[in-house]
Design a protein around this ligand. Structure first.
Ligand code: FES
Length: 87
């Protein structure tokens, strides 16, 4: 058992099974398995998932449609949104 998405605890077998069930885009895999939605926002796992999907579909990674990226891309401390001079 090879864990691919450590944040959401998703294995390579689960990803391959989902692709076999018809989830054949990165967005569908993300919505179905929650891969790429953890604290790292897919920075750790999405490249690996792209490789698995491309291999299963017999496509080049560049042919795959990328997922929607929503900010913030990195966790930021809340004081950034506040006024430092304000008490
Ligand atoms: S390892 Fe997949 S979202 Fe972090």
């Amino acid at each position: 058992m090879k864990i691919v998405c450590r944040c959401e605890d998703v294995t390579e077998e689960e990803i391959i099974e989902a692709i076999d069930q018809g989830y054949t885009t990165l967005e569908e895999l993300k919505r179905h398995l929650r891969v790429g939605t953890g604290p790292c926002q897919g920075r750790t796992c999405m490249k690996i998932i792209e490789k698995i999907l491309a291999k299963k579909l017999g496509k080049n990674i560049d042919e795959l449609k990328k997922t929607t990226v929503r900010p913030p891309l990195k966790p930021v401390p809340l004081y950034i949104y506040g006024d430092e001079d304000e008490e």
